[in-house]
Write a protein that binds this ligand. Structure first.
Ligand code: SF4
Length: 355
């Protein structure tokens, strides 16, 4: 079984840094403007000369276009500074990635045609940033297990590095976790603007990961991101800066010549990380749900992404939800290949999970 994209052997894309995302509209709610962290974000936005709207109420309106695609276009050009609702202070576990997830923002400026946010966030995909960050961070201590390393994932609903130039919130999280005894931060990105993170007092309590993929996937399906080469260079700089680092290879896709393409990706990883460092791998095969497929097809009507249910196995969760995944034999073959590549090239690294 293969995906139907036309995937001739492609070299990794030349290195291109992602252009820093500059929203066309920046909206602040009144509650966000009352927060000192909201004022800090306001000062950043003003210094970039971006157009600012102060909303009359704590509600976002005027984000719908004539159809789903138009709504998507408007939303992906809009940044909203809001306060996190009370529900954000009750954390959920996020296995296998971390013990807990917390959120400093929701939404992402990139345009990945398989984006996992399509299945998790409701409504127009406007990028919302939380202005009550100090309260969000202060709430985390209650979830730390005393004398037992407790991990917190901050990238479930956003790409925190993709909006860092507008918020400064990721750096603030890194500084916070640098002061913790048992709390550890994890974030992942497809962007590369790490300059302002390199000298932070992280104290080894933040694991920085980049999400990477083989050239046919990254080149065709990951609009608005930095090239894989640029992401790997950013990860190299973070590792040199003493951060624990990681690679998230996702979503792993079964394409023609997939072994060749993923071998090329591993060649690039080996080149970028040609020294000993604290390194982990997370391996996530491509999957979709009926809901995420519907949303993705409305956002990307021309997509060549293979979401043919007939070629997949069905996996049900305990709440009755359905996921379409590769079949068991395919999964075994792919898993073995990735494990062998990693063990051979990075014997000191840990594979955290395959899913
Ligand atoms: Fe979605 Fe991640 Fe791509 Fe952003 S970078 S569009 S969150 S998959």
């Amino acid at each position: 079984m293969v995906v139907t994209i036309d995937n001739k052997l492609m070299p990794l894309e030349p290195m291109h840094k992602a252009r820093l995302w500059m929203p066309e509209r920046v909206m602040f709610t009144p509650a966000a403007l009352e927060e000192p962290w909201g004022q800090q974000i306001l000062a950043r936005i003003q210094s970039l000369n971006l157009p600012i709207e102060e909303l009359p109420r704590n509600r976002l309106t005027g984000l719908r276009g004539a159809d789903d695609r138009a709504t998507y276009d408007i939303a992906k050009r809009t940044l909203a500074i809001v306060t996190a609702p009370p529900s954000a202070f009750k954390l959920s576990p996020i296995p296998p990635s971390a013990d807990w997830q917390f959120h400093i923002a929701e939404g992402c400026p990139a345009h990945c045609q398989y984006c996992y946010l399509a299945g998790s966030l409701q409504g127009p995909p406007v990028i919302r940033v939380f202005a009550n960050l100090p309260q969000i961070l202060a709430n985390l201590a209650a979830y730390e297990r005393p004398s037992d390393a407790t991990s917190f994932e901050v990238s479930c609903y956003t790409d925190p590095l993709g909006i860092e130039h507008l918020t400064g919130s990721l750096a603030e999280c890194i500084r916070y976790f640098g002061t913790r005894q048992d709390g550890y931060l994890r974030w992942v990105s497809k962007f590369d603007a790490v300059d302002n993170l390199l000298d932070l007092p992280h104290n080894g309590h933040t694991r920085c990961r980049v999400s990477v993929n083989a050239a046919p996937v990254a080149g065709r399906f990951e609009g608005g991101t930095a090239s894989v080469t640029a992401r790997l260079q950013a990860l190299r700089r973070l590792a040199v800066g003493g951060y624990p680092v990681g690679l998230v290879i996702a979503p792993i896709m079964l394409m023609n010549d997939w072994e060749l393409h993923y071998t090329q990706l591993f060649d690039s990883i080996s080149e970028a990380l040609d020294f000993d460092c604290d390194l982990t791998f997370e391996l996530i095969s491509h999957r979709f749900t009926p809901g995420s497929k519907e949303v993705l097809q409305s956002w990307y009507p021309q997509t060549k992404l293979d979401m043919d249910e007939a070629k997949r196995s069905v996996k049900r969760n305990k709440f009755g939800g359905t996921k379409y995944v590769y079949n068991g034999d395919t999964m075994k073959t792919m898993r073995r290949f990735f494990q062998q590549q990693i063990t051979k090239r990075f014997p000191q690294a840990s594979i955290l999970y395959w899913t």
